[in-house]
Write a protein that binds this ligand. Sequence first.
Ligand code: NAD
Length: 418
Amino acid sequence: MSDEVNPFESLQEQIEDAAEYLEYSTDVLERLKHPERVLETTLSVEMDDGSIEVFKGFRSQFNGDRGPYKGGIRYHPQVSRDEVKALSGWMVYKCAAVNIPYGGGKGGIKVDPRNYSADEMERLTRSFAKELRPIIGEDRDIPAPDVNTGQREMNWIKDTYETLENTTEPGVITGKAIESGGSEGRTEATGRSVMLTTREAFDYLGRDIEEATVAVQGYGNAGSVAARLIDELGASVVAVSDSSGAVYNGDGLDAEAVKDHKRETGSVTGYEGADEEFGNRDLLTMDVDLLVPAALENAIDADIAEDVRADIIVEAANGPLTPAADDVMAERDVYVFPDILANAGGVTVSYFEWVQNRQRFYWDEERVNDELERVITNAFRDLVDAYESTDAETFRTAMYVVAIERVVDAAEEAGIWP
Ligand code: NAD
């Protein structure tokens, strides 16, 4: 895993790669590569012992040409201005790739939540929400959970916003608990779009998913659901890993049982149905048909990429391949189906949540899953059309071509205001 790659530079490189297939002037291109604005805020928060601690928070609003900014809020010690900018840009192109009417945003606080009590986290979150209040709203910017944030934090942000605005506006946040206006199907949505992308990819490439062996790196929300649903397609999930290591069974793991084991023990290692355990790097270089990276960004650098033996990669995580790793995969004819399509199920069902909130009319899970399938299969068809018509070198570049064209078309319709 490479920590040295700046994710913002990775994003810009991906846009430049796609721009080679598009005839845009420099001014248009520059706008596609930079956020419209970034809020950087310093939060002073009272600790349980009465002392004050100071935290850095960010919200990047990258591009709003296609609709309100949309994207999660991350709590992590490595949160930085550049990371938030990159993640917000990926949201723009992800929403455009699957053609939902949003721009892209992302936020974060530089904090390790494990070191703070629930009361301290609530005060920190509400303090951040107070700073965000003027720039968020269901028609302006709609945050959601990301790494180390969930329904609890979203409910605090929503409550702070609604209290200060003296209104009820559930659509200001997505990823809420069902009781607070959340959507059915949201928890599984990311893993489900990974499965749908996998199904379409195997079909397009003329490969039989029922004959496929699969390795999944990262066994959290995205990875564990993807593993179970890909298993249900008939594939054999032979290895999965988390930060403590990997487990393997040549006859296929029981994805649900591994998840139960992780829930009970905190890790996939020690699962009794495994034949073998090994390190994480070994999982990435296993001889399987499909590799699903579902942990964090930059998990596969050029060095690891040289040793990857999977034929197909479907990206559940955001930015799991460095640009150099991407080049290696292209040279070695490994097909990579990009994050902005494969993990777009999360933001797509967030969009459905927002639609339901605005209509105050709620769907059942079957409807959510049917609508999601329609969005992802349509996006896959658009990807294939672009891949074939542009002769793009990779599926990632082709997907960016589709997404960038949509963003530029919307910007041109709007024009430039002095
Ligand atoms: P999570 O925290 O639930 O799971 C992450 C998993 O990765 C954990 O099992 C962790 O142990 C494992 N992990 C961490 N470092 C690892 C390493 N070096 N090797 C192997 N495993 C490692 O997070 P998540 O919600 O599943 O998100 C995973 C990725 O998917 C992130 O990149 C996230 O941005 C992306 N994503 C998630 C969603 C969503 O709805 N959850 C949506 C879009 C994208």
